[in-house]
Design a protein around this ligand. Structure first.
Ligand code: PLP
Length: 674
């Protein structure tokens, strides 16, 4: 478990159970009765269709745990409730979920339903998001806020005003000064007074990847002079009472409480000034940014983690708001947050299978023996001399010369090949020598680096000592194998490609066996970017590692891996590169009976996109394609002598073609049914 840091990023939900499987306690450390769920067992149930009857689903698929969602929502609400109580704060907390994190109907409807008792609302950033939020909130608490962010045109504003007529607490947050004119015009036209908010562009900025949103040059929000201009305009028109909310968002995944404190303090002073200028201020919306611990380090220094808890975050916010309001004599506002990542990341687990492994092989990286690749007698003298020098440099441990000599050998071999003086076999042998030498220099460099550490640190690396036995290459610092995964990185973990995001990736089974292979993952797409090469774990410098420890694949048996903490943004941002479609989704819950026996409930909520679906999304009509294929088939078969046998063959071809449209866009893993 320490290898994958499960305790760090997974607690209190994910752990490795006694069977060596990834398992889950969906209600975390809640006192409610619950039993551990074996994720591997669930996957087995699904693929073998034991529970879903005829609806067996292959991997890749997404497992959703609504109980985790409930727990996260309760954690957020109760952290604020407790902080409010501890600081004798006069207002309350009423969050909204930014639907852009995961617009899936089940996720949004679940949040609205679970959040009804404490008036939890939604945030929308576009017209379609607003419409889905309006529909969902009609079944929610009447007090719930519907916060409208993002750039707006007259149609967007019109929808938001109509939401007021439906008695939804819909707040139009102005991002740009000119939006006010649109709102005033539409409000006059429809005869509906708006509920207005302002998005402040703060000076507070965070240094992490998502900090670009914030600071003076940030993309969004109003400067203090624009805020003052809007207040003056509203006052002049007798509409200042419409302004009730101040919003800011300094970026996702805020690394430290110091930045939370800075941002909230700056914003609450603007809030107080607005109240003192006569606006009917009620709500302070602190945006998103509550981060999660992707790498299990719980450190503000890591850009994949945060140095605080939800409790700490809530206390910091409440304390900063209270102290500024007390100082300025302003009534303490209702606090609203737009936490997305912190709410939905944990509840979704992406399950995929490994199709095959490509091991680095055929090379002997023994430093004593040198690189043993056959170099035959017909090799031109120049290349033979270079090869001999290379072996000498390796034996002397002369890293720089190994590298230079190997490059020269490779370069010269290509020249010889172009002149017809080298066979393809020889070129390939030299290519292998170059690759092996490059790998060897990396390994030797690691070993030299380790030798400078204290004996204690050195000891912990003993298991990586691969140089002297001449047998097993554990490849520390490099990877031993590429594992081909049945997945598209662009569809299911786009942030790993787009912004170098790290997600915990762990085998779902065999965790009681030591994983011996250092692997990187390569996906199904025809794209060299479709790979994962950074993983949770610590190397010599305590940084993330460049390979994932995996088990050797076993003949005839499937190997399943899970990606965790991907419930926010990944599904929404995933693209159809190579036309790999959305994945099937299964909701997993348990009902614990009075005698403490838990019953597992699996509900397939989406079958995922089939080939016909993805083709349609690109404006192809599957029926038209099939018709064209059928006509072509008829033509081809009419050229051969017609017989009953040929007719049967043609029909079989047609049937196979027709069926393929309704099949999965992913590869079928034959082991799954064995
Ligand atoms: N609110 C706004 C305006 C955002 O832009 C975002 C995302 O960046 C969020 C809320 C959600 O942030 P997070 O997922 O970090 O909580």
């Amino acid at each position: 478990s320490s290898l994958y840091k499960v305790e760090g990023w997974g607690a209190p939900y994910f752990f490795i159970n006694a069977a060596g499987h990834m398992a889950i306690r969906p209600m975390g450390n809640s006192s409610k009765p619950q039993e551990e769920m074996d994720i591997m067992g669930i996957v087995q149930h699904i693929i073998e269709s034991k529970v879903l009857g005829d609806l067996a689903l292959p991997t890749p698929l997404i497992l959703r745990f609504p109980d985790i969602l409930r727990d996260r929502l309760h954690k957020l609400q109760s952290a604020f409730d407790r902080a409010i109580h501890a600081y004798h704060y006069q207002g309350h907390f009423q969050g909204v979920f930014p639907v852009k994190c995961n617009q899936d109907r089940h996720v949004v409807e679940n949040i609205v339903e679970l959040g009804k008792p404490f008036g939890f609302g939604l945030e929308a950033g576009s017209k379609p998001e607003l419409l889905l939020a309006m529909g969902s909130l009609c079944k929610g608490s009447p007090d719930a806020l519907l916060v409208c962010n993002g750039y707006k045109d007259a149609d967007y504003v019109c929808l938001a005003l109509l939401a007021r007529q439906l008695h939804l607490k819909c707040v139009i947050v102005l991002e740009q000064e000119q939006e006010l004119d649109v709102v005033l015009r539409m409000s006059c036209h429809l005869g509906i007074d708006p509920l207005l908010g302002l998005r402040a562009k703060l000076n507070t900025k965070h240094a992490g990847h998502f900090g670009e949103t914030s600071g003076e040059d940030g993309k969004f929000g109003l400067s203090c002079s624009q805020i003052v201009a809007i207040v003056q305009k509203l006052r002049k028109l007798g509409k200042l009472h419409c302004l009730q909310l101040l919003h800011f968002h300094i970026g996702s995944q805020i690394p430290s409480l110091a930045i939370v404190h800075d941002g909230v303090s700056e914003a609450v002073h603007i809030y107080c000034e607005l109240a003192l200028m006569g606006a009917d201020m009620q709500f302070l919306d602190i945006g998103g940014g509550l981060g999660i611990d992707y790498d299990g380090s719980a450190s503000a220094q890591s850009d994949m983690s945060v140095g605080y808890t939800i409790e700490g975050y809530a206390k910091q916010v409440v304390q900063a708001v209270k102290s500024a309001c007390d100082m300025k004599g302003v009534k303490q506002p209702t606090l609203c947050s737009e936490s997305g990542r912190a709410l939905v990341s944990h509840h979704s687990v992406l399950v995929f299978d490994v199709l095959s492994a490509q091991h680095r092989g055929g090379r002997n990286l023994n430093t004593k023996k040198g690189i043993s690749v056959d170099v035959d007698e017909t090799l031109p003298d120049e290349l033979r001399t270079l090869h001999q020098s290379l072996v000498g440099f390796i034996q002397a441990g002369d890293l720089q010369n190994v590298k230079d000599c190997a490059s020269k050998l490779k370069g010269n071999s290509v020249t010889h090949f172009k002149q017809g003086k080298l066979s393809l076999m020889q070129l390939s042998a030299i290519n292998n020598i170059h690759e092996a030498a490059t790998e060897l220099t990396e390994v030797m460099r690691e070993r030299d680096m380790i030798s400078t550490f204290s004996p204690f640190v050195r000891k912990s690396f003993e298991s990586f000592d691969l140089h002297d036995n001449g047998q097993d290459d554990k490849g520390y610092g490099t990877h031993d194998a590429i594992y081909h995964i049945n997945l598209s990185v662009f569809r299911s973990m786009p942030d790993t490609w787009a912004i170098g995001q790290l997600f915990p990736i762990v085998p779902l089974h065999r965790l009681d066996e030591e994983p011996m292979v250092n692997a990187i993952l390569s996906d199904l797409t025809c794209d060299s970017d479709g790979k994962v090469t950074a993983f949770v774990g610590s190397n010599v410098e305590g940084r993330h590692v460049k390979h994932l420890k995996l088990h050797h694949l076993q003949d005839g048996k499937s190997y399943y891996v899970g990606m965790f903490l991907g419930g926010a943004y990944q599904e929404a941002l995933g693209s159809m590169h190579n036309l790999y479609g959305s994945l099937p989704v299964v909701h997993v819950t348990q009902s614990v009976k009075s005698r403490g026996i838990a019953e597992l409930n699996l509900k397939r909520v989406s079958g995922g996109q089939k080939i016909a679906d993805v083709l349609q999304s690109m404006q192809y009509n599957p029926n038209t394609i099939l018709e064209v294929l059928a006509i072509q088939l008829q033509k081809c078969f009419s050229e051969v002598e017609f017989s009953e046998d040929e007719r049967e063959k043609a029909l079989a071809v047609l049937r196979t073609l027709a069926c393929s449209f309704s099949s999965s866009t992913y590869l079928s893993n034959n082991h799954q049914t064995s």
